[in-house]
Design a protein around this ligand. Structure first.
Ligand SMILES: C[S@@+](CC[C@H](N)C(=O)[O-])C[C@H]1O[C@@H](n2cnc3c(N)ncnc32)[C@H](O)[C@@H]1O
Length: 208
């Protein structure tokens, strides 16, 4: 199966699919941290539209789409930061272009943000701790012709006693630095493995 992982520099999801035997490629404006043989450095929309893919998983930038950035879009900031309004429009248009790309099965991933109201509610909100990690980070998935991911771990697998406040919130504590955004946006390996296991299998069997 030909799989495109759009907006991925880390190769995490791509390599999870490759491990399962798929012809998976990552695409990003940035170089990849993984093996460059299966990475396309370029615009994800062009790549998604320019060749035949069976499945695409897209991780578009969320900088201008998160709810935490909402204050910048209030009317009192519009004069001071006019480009931010346009930035949000561009980010939303990019998100929608990925979702509407001519690929039979698509998942678009993003944190909780404005696309839930501008577009529609996500089909699923997952947490890293449902897939074997300690972190808490709500991650939304908008799905086209894909089933919701089934969590691979129960809360009790990871934490005993399983109190939410005991979950490590490592992502919020990362020290500032030029690569902080990369650490915060890198897909969790357990989620990538679940995507490859469950969506790879679904797409191969042609199941709905
Ligand atoms: C939120 S990060 C996703 C990172 C991803 N989860 C990973 O593990 O690599 C968004 C990524 O989108 C990339 N990006 C932004 N605009 C793009 C475009 N037009 N085409 C391809 N990639 C793009 C950025 O360079 C950035 O790496």
């Amino acid at each position: 199966m030909r799989v495109l992982v759009a907006c991925e520099y880390s190769a995490t999801v791509r390599d999870a699919f490759r491990t399962k035997g798929h012809d998976a490629w990552s695409c990003d404006l940035l170089p990849t941290e993984g093996d460059p043989r299966w990475h396309i450095e370029g615009d994800a929309i062009e790549v998604a539209c320019g060749s035949a893919w069976d499945l695409m998983i897209a991780h578009p930038p969320c900088t201008y789409l998160t709810v935490s950035g909402n204050k910048w879009f209030k009317p009192e900031f519009a004069d001071r930061y006019p480009t931010r309004v346009q930035d949000r429009e561009d980010a939303a248009a990019f998100f929608m272009a990925l979702y509407n790309a001519p690929v039979p099965r698509i998942a678009v991933e993003n944190p909780v943000g404005v696309m839930s109201s501008r577009f529609r509610k996500p089909d699923q909100v997952i947490q890293p701790w449902q897939f074997g990690h300690g972190e808490t980070k709500a991650t939304c998935l908008w799905l086209r012709n894909l089933r919701r991911l089934t969590p691979t771990h129960l809360r009790d697998d990871m934490f005993a006693p399983a109190e939410p406040e005991e979950r490590e919130q490592r992502l919020h504590k990362l020290t500032p630095g030029p690569d902080r955004w990369k650490e915060r946006s890198r897909t969790f390996a357990g989620i990538a493995a679940a995507m490859a296991d469950q969506w790879g299998d679904q797409a191969i069997r042609g199941a709905t």
